[in-house]
Design a protein around this ligand. Sequence first.
Ligand code: CA
Length: 128
Amino acid sequence: MASSSSSLLLFLCGLSLAAAQLRVFNLRASGLPSDLLGTTDGYVTVFCASNSLGKTSVRNNNANPWWEEEFSYFKAQEGDVLRLEVHDRDVLFDDLIGVCQRQIKVGTNSHDCYLKKGGTLHYTYTLG
Ligand SMILES: [Ca+2]
């Protein structure tokens, strides 16, 4: 029993050196541009090191939306690229409003990111 729990501990220590938990939360945007129909129906897709972590719900007709969803990734490493894509849902094709990319660092970090087609995305992540 003692030897199996100590080898589990060794295994967990090795794992924590190689990978850490990434949590992405507090997503909100302001000043999103309106499309031809005059509404901005924003949602965000989240990636880490080319793995999809999921996407938020669509906030209909709101230029200043916020999203309550949180995203977790258990195999993140410092220096991995966190990528958030802000889209505007449309009937035929969703528009890509902008992309935020940065290499993640240990700790809790908040960023404002200026979107190519207008507006700002604010987000917070914790790595560790
Ligand atoms: Ca739209």
